[in-house]
Unconditional design. Structure first.
Length: 278
């Protein structure tokens, strides 16, 4: 084989390899742009469905951005591997190392972030609701639901910031989730008082109060205690009227019982002295 033939064979191999690379690059570009279009359509679909189910606008944008950037990074890494620019094992190792480092550094923050996402998506409560958080002995009106913390204000106007992870991992009582609440009031009367009259007063007070709803109402003897008989009532009110009606009813019950001579006893102890002979 002559030197010229060797040169032609060498150039043919180089040109063939270059042509193969160019072909792969063109194919990769086509796949990239087509995949970008599909990712964009997927993000639009996710946004529409989240807004359709009344998901929070902020969390909707967060989820869409997360999906968009994650899929784009995955797409680019896939193309790089297919073009043999970097070994697949090297990319996998780098991603695994970075993931472990970030998870350890942001463990608490990521938990709160995930908690915020769950609250905004599942809506166990919303801004304006009154919630009770028994685990931390806190309660108040929800003011803001943010990515890491939920802010509530107590009845004495204290601002309390609770990590979202704590809220999603604990029992929460949403007092204002329903439009109406059942009001229950119990009061003790002495054994010498007229039981029937006491129940009649409770019934008359409920019937005279227009904020009670025309639904199931109960007047009952709850228990026979050591120093008193406990009578009570249960009736439905609008959630917004619950506390005003409760406070006013307590005052009216005391006044009506006093006028009727019905005693509300306090705990007492009878002491019997035994005389001893000399």
């Amino acid at each position: 084989m002559t030197v010229l033939e060797k040169i032609f064979l060498y150039l043919e191999g180089k040109v063939g390899g270059f042509a193969d690379f160019v072909l792969k690059a063109l194919l990769a570009l086509i796949i990239y742009f087509v995949a970008r279009k599909l990712i964009g359509k997927l993000c639009v679909l996710i946004r529409k469905n989240m807004l359709k189910f009344h998901a929070d606008v902020a969390i909707t944008s967060f989820v869409v951005s997360l999906v968009k950037y994650s899929l784009n990074i995955f797409l680019v890494l896939t193309i790089i591997v297919q073009l043999n620019l970097v070994k697949e094992s090297s990319i996998t190792a780098a991603i695994a190392s970075a993931g472990v480092a970030v998870s350890l550094a942001l463990q608490g923050g990521l938990s709160n972030l995930a908690g915020g996402v769950l609250i905004l998506l599942l809506k166990p409560f919303k801004a304006g609701d009154y919630i009770i958080f028994p685990n931390e002995n806190q309660e108040g009106t929800v003011r803001k639901i943010e990515m890491y913390y939920t802010t509530i204000s107590s009845v004495d106007n204290r601002i309390i910031m609770i990590p979202n992870a704590n809220l999603t991992n604990s029992t929460i009582v949403n007092v204002t989730a329903m439009e109406k609440r059942k009001l229950e009031i119990k009061v003790g009367i002495s054994y010498s008082s007229d039981l029937k009259e006491a129940k009649g007063i409770l019934q008359r007070l409920v019937e005279a109060e227009p904020r009670f709803l025309a639904e199931e109402q109960q007047f009952f003897v709850d228990s026979l205690g050591e120093s008193s008989i406990t009578v009570g009532l249960r009736a439905w009110v609008r959630t917004d009227d619950y506390w005003p009606v409760k406070w006013e009813m307590n005052e009216k019950i005391k006044q009506e019982f006093d006028q009727a001579g019905i005693e509300i006893p306090y705990p007492q102890l009878d002491v019997h002295l035994k005389e001893q002979g000399n």
